[in-house]
Design a protein around this ligand. Structure first.
Ligand SMILES: *Cc1c(COP(=O)(O)O)cnc(C)c1O
Length: 361
């Protein structure tokens, strides 16, 4: 036997979340975003499960695209930041990989490369996020440049929304307007790609030819407080461990490194075999909810590398070997994240290799 700390990956939940993404925008193509090891879920299992359901996968690097090919994934793969160096283009064209192009340097490198097949290029327009993309007024110039290249098969027009997770945002409407204005002079039927999960869930006008959801596929809502379709999303990751020790302490005794938590009554403290070395955030504050046998307990004191301590005074019959859920289907990662000054995205994505992942139905 081994240390009881593991992540379950719920296949059926993943498929249901994917079905929701399709139902919301039935005539669109679906690009499943699986960058950063599928947001920490383990890209091979995630991509294999989704392979027959989606039209394309999106990643951040050629290495991540090659991982998908090595796993037997045949679907097109999109590089969200495009290529970083000239030597990548020929590999891209051999692997049925598509490219974001977001600056002049990438156009120049593409124009100089020798490709076995012309590639599909996603021209990224900066409509207000100011992270990647060409200025909207240069859209026609770039589009025509790219279309003339023998290395280019087709050009898809794309942008990224900066605050689609905020419902009352006029910013999203402004971005959508800028996008339409930028592409309008092209006056032709170009394929478009705008929305991420928040766009797809909350902004119908951002749904387009290619939707690019990430977080919602993993069953986490991108929204902080609202619950747009939140009840229809099912978390794919359960982060589980066990109680490995239990003790009673007196009023006034403290727990953990730095003695940052002190008992204000006679207390029962359970030690759990999961810490920041397993992916539990060290920034989680005392009081962070933790489930023991499905009941709520709370973090007491600092997170160690391999362990946490929890206050189980108000829970009956806790013993060594009892099941602990750090987050998952009964305790939302977003709720834990708030106690750690983070977001659900970061918690799941930072899961280290050390923590075993197990695919379940
Ligand atoms: C990561 C990413 C997405 C997915 O975003 P979610 O909020 O996880 O849905 C979509 N598009 C781009 C360009 C991205 O970088």
């Amino acid at each position: 036997m081994s240390r009881p700390t593991e992540i379950l990956i719920h296949r059926r939940a993943l498929l249901e979340n994917c079905q929701l993404a399709k139902r919301l925008s039935p005539s669109s193509n679906l690009v499943a975003v699986v960058k950063a090891d599928a947001y920490g879920h383990g890209v091979q299992a995630i991509a294999k499960t989704l392979a027959s359901e989606v039209d394309m996968f999106a990643v951040s690097s050629l290495e991540e695209a090659i991982t998908l090919r090595n796993a037997g994934i045949a679907a097109p793969v999109l590089l969200l930041e495009g290529c970083f160096s000239a030597d990548e283009y020929s590999i891209v064209s051999q692997l049925n990989v598509e490219l974001v192009v977001h600056n002049q340097q990438q156009v120049a490198m593409l124009a100089k490369s020798e490709l076995v097949n012309p590639v599909n290029v996603w021209l990224k327009i900066d409509t207000g996020m100011h992270r990647l993309g060409i200025a909207p007024e240069n859209t026609v110039y770039y589009y025509e440049q790219l279309n003339k290249l023998k290395q280019v098969n087709k050009v898809v027009l794309t942008t990224h929304l900066a605050s689609a997770d905020s419902q009352d945002s006029t910013f999203t409407e402004m971005q959508l307007r800028r996008f339409e204005q930028a592409i309008e002079p092209l006056n032709q039927d170009c394929e478009k790609s705008i929305g991420n999960s928040a766009g797809l869930l909350a902004w119908p006008s951002s749904r387009s030819d290619w939707n690019r959801p990430g977080i919602m596929l993993y069953g986490l809502t991108p929204f902080d407080y609202s619950h747009i379709h939140g009840d229809q999303l099912r978390p794919v990751m359960s982060f589980l461990s066990q109680v490995i020790a239990i003790r009673s302490i007196e009023n006034g005794e403290s727990v953990g490194y730095g003695n940052t938590w002190t008992a204000e009554r006679p207390s029962r403290i359970a030690t759990v075999a999961a810490g920041y070395g397993d992916g539990y955030p060290r920034t989680a504050k005392s009081g962070t909810p933790v489930l023991v046998n499905g009941q709520r307990a709370s973090l007491a004191g600092r997170v160690s590398m391999d362990m946490i301590s929890i206050d189980v005074t108000d829970i009956k019959q806790v013993g060594v070997g009892d099941e602990v859920e750090l987050w998952g289907q009964r305790l939302h990662a977003n709720e834990v994240a708030k106690w750690a000054d983070s977001i659900g995205y970061e918690l799941v994505t930072r899961m280290p290799k050390r923590t075993k992942r197990r695919l379940v139905d």
